[in-house]
Design a protein around this ligand. Sequence first.
Ligand code: SF4
Ligand code: SF3
Length: 545
Amino acid sequence: MFCYQCQEAAKGEGCTIKGVCGKEPMTAALMDLLMHATRGEAIINRSLRNEGEASLAASRQMVDALFATITNANFDDDAIKAKIEKAFSVKDNLLKTAQARGIALPELDEVLFDASYKDFETIAPSLGILTEQDEDIRSLKQLAIYGVKGMAAYIEHANNLGYEDPKLYHLLEDTLAEVSRTDITVGELVALVLKVGEGGVKAMALLDQANTSSYGNPEITKVNIGVGTRPGILVSGHDLKDLEELLDQTEGTGVDVYTHSEMLPAHYYPKFKKYNHFVGNYGNAWWQQKEEFESFNGVILFTTNCIVPPAKSATYTDRIYTTGSSGLTGAKHIPARKEGQPKDFSELIEHAKRCAAPKEIETGEIIGGFAHNQVIALADKVIEAVKSGAIRKFVVMAGCDGRMKSRSYYTDFATALPKDNVILTAGCAKYRYNKLPLGDIGGIPRVLDAGQCNDSFSLVKIALALKDAFGLDNVNDLPIVYNIAWYEQKAVIVLLALLHLGVKNIHLGPTLPAFLSPNVINVLVENFGIGGISTVEEDMENWIN
Ligand code: SF4
Ligand code: SF3
């Protein structure tokens, strides 16, 4: 196997024996085949679209396949095999349509290739990332692919709430078709990567519209991090529709619902506040789940990434349920909703009733809900604080958390920031500092949490509103520093979105992506001022003081 799509790629180069994330070589090979089949599907659907014959069902299938291959989303080989079979059958139908209409197709391996997963072991080595020989072309192709994987995740959440934009499907298909070209140049790929970033902005805007139209605009909220006395269900991942349906179905059952990791921001939406049994957030970022799921005692529902496969000795494995694009061997999977019907969580709820109440691991509250609408409502106060010098700098510390020890940098950095600096955050990166007593500036908390990783869109909207309020021409003239932590492919699409918007001088850590070749890094440094991180002392000196 070879995979280097996330920040924890082995030795900073790539996982070759087994994924640091727990991905087995068999799963990796199956995912390579799924991506290959999906690319074929995308190429054909693009050709059909040019003749007015595109299949919406094929586009939706592509989104699910892309989402399932992101880091930590799906560890269930049978589920991946089923997706491969589906991809080949969708592709066959597209081929038949193309033949029947006499539509010419590119003579690419992805289009011509027609195999079932059963003989994949012989063909898998010819499908992986390393089959692209040129290091820079490979790097840019994978950068574009990881961007579309992250974008697909956001598109799927928006779709689940009934928001769909076929143009975004077209962008995904065009990108997958372009990266399949054997004659594509470095220049074309750089342009393609920025186009993916443009799509990222649109996908995040669509999801923002879907979330806020469905659940209201996030508002300042204190979230309880302690526990109640009743059995609980812990909901992880990012999908708000799943959470809503689960909350409806658990009402009056004697079971409490808690959020974990990236689901925390659900508490900020007005519509979720009506549920009395939606009691709080349990635990921290995804990577601490092994300990936290043991002590939670109740049932755990993964709506998306990030899953850590449980150890053999874990006592909570049979308490895990997955749904949507997520999957885990040994866990029960809640099937997709049928036309107009909610998902059926009854088995999971019955299971939860038999569990003990969660063990308390901390007490108190955390505060969040500073998405664009709320912060813009506070704009006068914020602008006044900047003009008076009470706020000297905004530091965007959005992104992902992860298990690497070096990530303690982010806790130390947040702690070391001068008291007149405000942190803008989104994504699970916040767990490195959101429980620290960092105080406030004239009533404005020093950590403003906008929400999930996709809510980085809010941070962009806030930055643009500040730019206008201060009468600046360029968003880079604001007193903002970007110190972003990345882990998986959703962070890649957030980064590309920021680049598309012209944001410069982003610092990316804790390490730069293994999939960026030295030449590609040079392009990013020269054109966008992208850089890594150093020590807290040095970075404080260079960026803040
Ligand atoms: Fe390794 Fe990350 Fe790929 Fe998992 S997703 S196999 S940890 S590079
Ligand atoms: Fe976190 Fe996985 Fe990226 Fe959504 S939950 S930010 S790592």
